[in-house]
Design a protein around this ligand. Structure first.
Ligand code: SF4
Length: 317
């Protein structure tokens, strides 16, 4: 909801996702790096074998979308998506191979004991004046025990174009604040007084998206500690409480039939055309077109929290 209330309305309240969508190379490369790393950290599974499996599965999914009578545009999009997966897989292979070498050379993980990769932390928001109980849920790329401090650390993998942009943004990144808060609340509420549960913030694990040819300039991998003070976490907690209150109030308005133009107005920016899956629909919702007909033809229902399905009783807000 932070970025755009209309986008939240379509993706979370209406739970819509495009039936088929153009894949972006950067997010496909990111996905093809994340899953092999998760399997490698959790099960010591060869990341390159996981990469092959994941990319072949993605290609198969695209091929399965090919059905007779599909329009020229849809066929061309599927062809393009298959090319995107192949290009992204080639990049991911270079990134993963180099990452393993870098770990070996630098010993970057030598003081970290894995707790779990792709782990979910969930904690009840300790506030009583919400209209209903609210759980916070964080899906962490990996969680470790830092042997130097005996503290828990979470790690987030990011495939980046360059380090400096990501590093500058890291301290303000709401994702790190959220994970830090959930870790802190988990340690103080769920396991009070258990010193072994104390948490010492996150590690930004940056993997540069570069082909590492002879002319490329290292370093290609870098880590940054991202820690928030108790004051920062407290202020973020207040900010988050406000966001949750707005989500609950907006949901109630929509449930009561308030027009979405009033409850969830759009926040257009110049980025909309590349960062929103509802770009065309968004115009149709305002210009008198048959937007619901377009929804029926081009979108399907899908729970945006599907990947958290292992948490019982979760509902999308
Ligand atoms: S296109 Fe822009 S304004 Fe419209 S829903 Fe998407 S993010 Fe919001």
């Amino acid at each position: 909801m932070r970025r755009c209330m209309r986008r939240w309305y379509l993706s979370h309240y209406r739970q819509l996702k495009p039936r088929s969508d153009r894949l972006s190379e950067s997010s496909t490369t990111g996905n093809l790096v994340h899953e092999p790393l998760a399997q490698w950290y959790n099960n010591s599974q060869d990341p390159l074998a996981t990469l092959v499996y994941e990319s072949e599965t993605m290609i198969l999914e695209q091929e399965n979308l090919m059905v007779e009578g599909l329009g020229e545009n849809a066929v061309s999009m599927i062809d393009q998506n298959i090319t995107t997966v192949k290009n992204s897989a080639a990049f991911a292979k270079i990134i993963l191979e180099g990452y393993l070498e870098w770990l070996e050379e630098e010993g970057a993980d030598s003081f970290l004991t894995l707790i779990e990769a792709e782990t979910e932390l969930t904690v009840l928001m300790p506030i009583e004046n919400f209209s209903e109980p609210v759980s916070l849920l964080a899906k962490l790329d990996a969680r470790f025990l830092d042997q130097r401090s005996n503290a828990n650390r979470f790690m987030d993998h990011k495939v980046v174009q360059n380090f400096s942009d990501r590093e500058k943004w890291a301290q303000k990144d709401p994702q790190f604040l959220f994970y830090g808060l959930v870790e802190y609340l988990t340690s103080t509420i769920t396991n009070p007084g258990e010193p072994e549960m104390w948490t010492d913030g996150g590690i930004l694990n940056m993997l540069r998206k570069v082909k590492r040819t002879a002319s490329a300039t290292p370093p290609f991998y870098k880590r940054k500690d991202v820690r928030h003070s108790l004051i920062e976490l407290q202020n973020y907690f207040i900010r988050l409480s406000g966001e949750i209150t707005r989500i609950l109030q907006t949901t109630e308005m929509l449930d009561k039939g308030v027009d979405h133009h009033l409850a969830c107005p759009p926040s257009p920016t110049r980025d909309c055309d590349w960062d929103c899956k509802f770009f065309t629909l968004c115009d149709f919702m305002d210009d008198g077109s048959d937007s619901e007909g377009y929804v029926e033809a081009s979108y399907e229902e899908s729970n945006p929290l599907e990947r958290y399905a292992s948490v019982p009783g979760l509902r999308s807000v």
